[in-house]
Design a protein around this ligand. Structure first.
Ligand code: PLP
Length: 459
């Protein structure tokens, strides 16, 4: 495939004008955005995206942490077309369709043992919204309606709907909406780089679990569930939790009779080097949410998967009104499910998750050289989730002020050099497609290094 625009007959300039006139972009200050020349993607192939002018970019953020095999993948394309010849959509409200049944079976096979019932939706945020409502309603059916609060992690991100924002805790994104939200109980997420307890992972695990236990000791009678991004807290800056913490959380939740919700929207489907991050510690949550990589980054399908214990609590006679009153127009969309099935077949055929684990070691080794850069304070990695924290001073860990927009400037430079990545404040995230080869990763890392050096040392 060449890098020729697939939209002949309309120029980049015309498209940019229409974009400026009609589109409101997410998480984007439009005042600045419309003054700039936008990247307008025309097509993709392999691990690259191409803009309308034919310029190619490495997809260094997997199109917001979704992409798996690359773009324009023959097997996934064909599966969608094949399904399209059958039916594009039919509802799951009281009916079924073939791909959603087959996909649910496959998902249960891959899930941590004990997660057995798949509820479909169309975004990570809706998957979380569903998990929250499910946990809340579960306790009502268990005659324990006072268990209605949620414990969540400081700096957590679970999506942008009101329920998901209520269990989130990133001030920049969430504070504006605070009076709209239900309150949640916050505990700190255990990272080591800025931990007040030092960097010994064992001590960090012990101290942070202690804080959770203190909360549960006092309040478990009114807590429905604890929600966590297992192993890696993504949007807060790729914070990797030390070994043992997740298992400890599971034990505390069991001990204090609180449901554990693992939000694997970012970490699920191989992103961290295991099929699910929970697999690192053999943890089965009561509810698991996932999305993103499920359809290879093709179509919007997300899932909330529950244990039989949760599911069974919703069974009852019609008059008892124990139904889970939730659904979306596109729940279980056949095209999306067909794409997901083809995607998961490719995982198996290519031993993709094992490959990610192997290539992660390679990546970790290559990333060591980044510490030679004067302003790289910390490199956090789990599988193909990488965060590079830039600091003014390595010794003191002094942070860049947000007005300096150092992360934005590094990513902008990378874009000029031919790679798309996004910052989280002063953390540069590098989230390449899972099927990237070592050679491709090297090319991407080269741009990353060059961009950090240019902005933090030369400009
Ligand atoms: N949960 C986590 C852990 C995420 O990282 C994200 C998105 O990045 C979401 C939920 C929300 O997913 P979506 O953007 O598909 O709504």
């Amino acid at each position: 495939m060449t890098s020729v625009s697939t939209y002949p007959g309309i120029s980049y300039e015309e498209m940019a004008q229409k974009n400026k006139e009609y589109v409101w972009h997410p998480f984007t200050q439009m005042k600045q955005y419309i003054e700039d020349d936008p990247v307008i993607i025309s097509h993709g192939n392999g691990r690259k995206l191409y803009d309308m002018n034919g310029k190619g970019y490495w997809d260094g953020f997997s199109s917001i942490w979704l992409n798996v095999h690359g773009h324009n993948v023959k097997e996934v394309n064909e599966a969608i077309i094949e399904q399209l010849d059958r039916v594009a959509h039919s509802t799951l409200l009281g009916m079924a369709n073939v791909p959603s049944v087959l996909l649910a079976e496959k998902i249960v096979e891959l899930m941590p043992k004990g997660l057995r019932k798949v509820f479909y939706s169309d975004a990570g945020a809706t998957a979380v919204e569903i998990a929250v409502k499910m946990a809340f309603q579960y306790w009502q059916h268990k005659d324990n309606p006072e268990k209605k609060h949620f414990v969540t992690m400081q700096e957590a991100y679970h999506g942008d709907t009101i329920g998901a924002v209520s269990v989130g805790a990133i001030d920049l994104y969430h504070k504006k909406y605070s009076s709209l939200l239900f309150p949640s109980i916050k505990v700190p997420y255990p990272g080591t780089y800025r931990s007040p307890y030092g960097q010994d992972p064992k001590v960090v695990v012990e101290k942070y679990l202690e804080q959770v236990e203190n909360v549960l000791k006092k309040r478990s009678h009114e807590v429905a569930a604890l929600i966590v991004e297992p192993i890696v807290q993504g949007a807060s800056g790729i914070i990797v939790m030390p070994e043992g913490y997740l298992k400890g959380l599971r034990e505390l939740c069991t001990q204090y009779d609180v449901l554990l919700i693992a939000d694997e929207v970012a970490t699920g489907f191989g992103r961290t080097g295991k099929m699910f991050a929970c697999d690192y510690e053999d943890v089965t949550p009561d509810i698991l949410t996932a999305g993103k990589g499920l359809t290879a980054g093709y179509l919007p399908i997300a899932i909330t998967v529950a244990t039989d214990e949760i599911y069974n609590a919703f069974l009852g006679e019609y008059e008892e009104q124990k139904t889970f009153f939730h659904g979306h127009s596109y729940t279980g969309n056949p095209l999306g499910c067909a794409a997901a099935l083809a995607n998961l077949e490719l995982y198996e055929k290519n031993r993709l998750v094992e490959q990610v684990a192997e290539k992660s070691d390679y990546l970790a080794n290559q990333l060591l050289s980044f510490y030679e850069l004067k302003h790289v304070g910390d490199i956090r990695q789990k599988g193909f989730m990488i965060g590079i924290e830039l600091v003014v001073d390595k010794e003191t860990k002094e942070e860049y002020s947000w007005e300096e927009r150092v992360g934005v400037r590094v990513c902008r430079h990378a874009r000029e050099l031919g790679m798309l990545i996004r910052p989280l404040g002063n953390v540069i995230t590098f989230i390449p497609p899972l099927a990237s080869t070592n050679e491709e990763l090297d090319e991407m890392l080269h741009i990353l290094y060059e961009s950090i050096e240019e902005i933090t040392e030369r400009q």
